[in-house]
Design a protein around this ligand. Sequence first.
Ligand code: GLU
Length: 285
Amino acid sequence: MMTGRFAPSPTGSLHFGSLVAALASWLDARAAGGHWLVRMEDLDEPRVQPGAACEILRALRQLGLYWDDEVTHQSSCTARYEEALQRLGAHTYWCGCTRKEIADSSLGLAADGAAIYPGTCRRGLPPGKPARALRLKVDDSKIVFVDRVQGRREQVLSRDVGDFVLYRADGQFAYQLAVVVDDAAQGITDVVRGADLIDSTARQIFLQRLLGLPTPRYLHVPVAVNAAGEKLSKQTGAEPLDLSRAECEVRRALAFLGHPGDLAQARRSWDPGLIPAQLAAEPPR
Ligand code: GLU
């Protein structure tokens, strides 16, 4: 069964960019007669906003995006992340470096702007340094995947990303680990999400291989940006969705996805080939 998912972080209400991601994954699943699941990615405790998860679900209903099964919450799935860490065993190591130390000795910046970790603690924690985060050892193999919209992408993790964090210094499981474990546990066959995550995909495929999990197909839709090229969010002054005009908001998001018309039409004529093959775009007025 083709199974897609929408995996919002409940750090605020749904905005235009997250509506685009939700809509694209919903259409992709529904057009194929598949399942569509909703998963709350609420592990980042300091950023989670009380009430946001309920508000997102209410918005999805108002927009006509109904899901199958029960909504899952990552905060209640930590046992399976712990188990995955156990299985990764010798592929992981404790790192005692602070953000500043990494920035100072960094090999440069990864595509997502994070400092590339130079591997300081790979051979063991230097004496006197307390363990902070758990990292995964990456290698210099080339990870290649063909995105259904953006085309062929490749990354060499050792060069482009460095050993990355699976368990954070603040005691939270990292997004990269949780997303891989959950996509497999929920039988997700098709990941459809914003292109701001396209550079995470190689890390996720690397983890899937180490854990012996299947790799889903990937489709990354353009990220909605403002005239200055900044991702639309509360911080960049994005207008919240106006749910009293839900149909209108859906039409705008559909136009952004190359499917002008309404939800029913888009469901009938869904063709990922019509989605602009670009990483970012400004929403239509
Ligand atoms: N929780 C992530 C976000 O809201 C999405 C993760 C994913 O789709 O893989 O940006």
